[in-house]
Design a binder for this molecule. Structure first.
Ligand code: PLP
Length: 386
C-alpha cells in the first residue's frame, strides 16, 4: 500500500515485519575479522537527535572509516573478491583461504586475472583497493557525471592503481558498459554490486559481505545495554545494502519487530518507484550530491526482498541531506550526503505530513539506528591504506 499517489509521498507495507527469509551465512564476517585493520565501526548514540525526533534512543552506525576506506563498501567488495577468486582457482564449492595473505597467494595462481567494476564512487574504490592489496590489476568504470561533480572520485580510485574509464552516460549504462567489457575477456572478473538476470552469483556474495555491519550493530546494541532496534534506516542505491538489512532482520532466527526504512534521493528513487508500481522498474535519474544512491534500477536480487520485507520507503532532496549532514557534524559524526540521507529520511518519516513514523509504531519508547554509510570527505582515508 502506498500512502498516497503524490510523487513525494512515502510507501508503507504493514505486513513486512512478518516476512521471513534464510539468514546470511557467517563466513564473510569471519573473513572480515581476519583482515588487517579490521575493527567494528562506531555506533554513536545521539540523545539530542533522539529528543528532537521524540524517540527513546537514537544511534548512528558511522561507516566513515571502514577497513581504511571512507564507506561501508569494502565489506561487500572484499568478500565478493574472496569468493570469486576461490571459485576461479579452487572450484565453485571450495572453501577459500581464511586470511588476506592466503587470498593473495590464491590470486597469484590466477595469472592475468583482472578485477572490473562499475561504480558511483565507493564500490569501485573498494574493488580497486582490494585488487591492489592482492597484486591484481583493476579496471573501474565511472559515469562521467560523477567525475564532473567530484574530480577526487577519479583521483582516489586511480591512486589505488586502477585504470579508470569514464562513461558519458548514467550509472545503469555504466554498469552495462563494464559488464560488456568483462564479458569479452575471460581473464576479467566482474565484481558488481548489483544483479540482473544471469548475473547473480557475485552480487549475492556482496550482500553476504554486508552482513558483518548488522552483526556488529547487534553486538554494539547489546553492550550499550539497549534492546534491539525498533527501526533501522538504510540509504538505497540499487538496494543491495537494504537486501542485507532485510536478510538480517527478517532472517529466520531474528526477533520480529524491527521496521526497515529505505531512503533515496528524490531524483533517483528507483526502489520507491518500483514499490509503488509493484514491479521492478527503471526510472530516469538526474545529478544528486548523494552520488552513491544515484541508480535507476533496483538489483534483481534485492527486488524480491525490498518488495516483501521493507516496511517503509521515502525519498529526500539534496538540501535535506545537506542539512542532515550539518546536524550530524554537530554531533561529532562526519557523514557524506549518502550517509546523512538516513537522518533526512527519518525526519521525513517522523515529521512528514503522512505521519509514517506513528504508523510504524515509532514513539517515545523506540530505539532507532541510522546507517551513515560514508564519511564526509572521500579523500580523508586516502593515505590510511590497510
Ligand atoms: C555511501 C553509500 N551508501 C549507500 C549506498 C547504497 O547501497 P546499494 O546500492 O546497495 O543500495 C551506496 C552505494 O554505492 C553508497 O556508496
Amino acid at each position: 500500500m502506498t500512502t498516497s499517489s503524490d510523487a513525494t509521498a512515502g510507501y508503507l507495507r504493514a505486513q513486512a515485519r512478518g516476512w521471513r527469509c534464510d539468514p546470511a551465512p557467517a563466513e564473510a564476517t569471519s573473513f572480515h575479522r581476519s583482515l588487517p585493520g579490521y575493527r567494528p565501526t562506531a555506533l554513536v548514540e545521539s540523545p539530542s537527535l533522539a529528543s528532537e525526533l521524540g524517540l527513546a534512543r537514537l544511534f548512528v552506525k558511522d561507516e566513515s572509516s571502514r577497513l581504511g576506506l571512507p564507506a561501508f563498501k569494502a565489506l561487500g567488495a572484499s568478500w565478493a573478491i574472496h569468493q570469486a577468486l576461490t571459485a576461479r582457482v579452487l572450484g565453485r564449492d571450495a572453501t577459500g583461504p581464511g586470511s588476506l595473505d592466503g587470498l593473495r597467494e590464491l590470486a597469484s595462481r590466477a595469472p592475468g586475472v583482472r578485477l572490473v567494476a562499475a561504480t558511483d564512487g565507493n564500490h569501485g574504490r573498494a574493488v580497486a583497493r582490494f585488487a591492489r592489496l592482492l597484486d591484481l590489476p583493476s579496471e573501474i568504470y565511472l559515469p562521467r557525471v560523477v567525475a564532473e561533480l567530484d574530480r577526487s572520485a577519479v583521483d582516489v580510485i586511480r591512486a589505488e592503481g586502477a585504470r579508470v574509464v569514464t562513461v558519458p552516460q548514467d550509472y545503469d549504462a555504466t554498469v552495462a558498459t563494464a559488464a560488456r567489457a568483462a564479458a569479452r575477456a575471460p581473464e576479467a572478473e566482474l565484481v558488481q554490486d548489483t544483479a540482473w538476470a544471469g548475473y547473480e552469483t557475485v552480487p549475492a556474495t556482496i550482500v553476504d559481505g554486508y552482513s558483518t555491519l548488522f552483526r556488529e550493530i547487534d553486538e554494539q546494541l547489546r553492550s550499550a545495554a539497549g534492546p534491539s532496534a525498533d527501526a533501522v534506516v538504510v540509504p538505497v542505491g540499487v538496494g543491495s545494502l537494504a537486501q542485507a538489512a532485510i536478510t538480517h532482520y527478517r532472517g529466520s532466527e531474528a526477533p520480529a519487530g524491527t521496521a526497515l526504512v529505505s531512503v533515496e534521493p528524490d531524483s533517483a528513487a528507483c526502489a520507491l518507484a518500483s514499490l509503488r508500481l509493484g514491479a521492478r522498474t527503471t526510472i530516469p535519474t538526474a545529478a544528486t550530491t548523494m552520488a552513491g544512491l544515484n541508480c535507476g534500477t533496483p538489483s534483481s536480487l534485492a527486488w524480491p526482498y525490498l518488495r516483501a520485507g521493507l516496511d517503509c520507503a521515502v525519498s529526500v532532496s539534496d538540501a535535506e541531506a545537506a542539512t542532515a549532514g550539518r546536524d550530524l557534524r554537530a554531533q561529532g559524526i562526519e557523514s557524506g550526503p549518502c550517509g546523512a540521507a538516513s537522518l533526512a529520511g527519518l525526519r521525513a518519516v517522523i515529521a512528514g505530513p503522512d505521519r509514517l513514523g506513528a504508523r510504524l509504531g515509532l514513539g517515545t519508547d523506540s530505539v532507532v539506528v541510522l546507517l551513515s554509510t560514508e564519511g564526509a570527505s572521500p579523500a580523508r582515508c586516502a593515505d590510511q591504506k590497510s
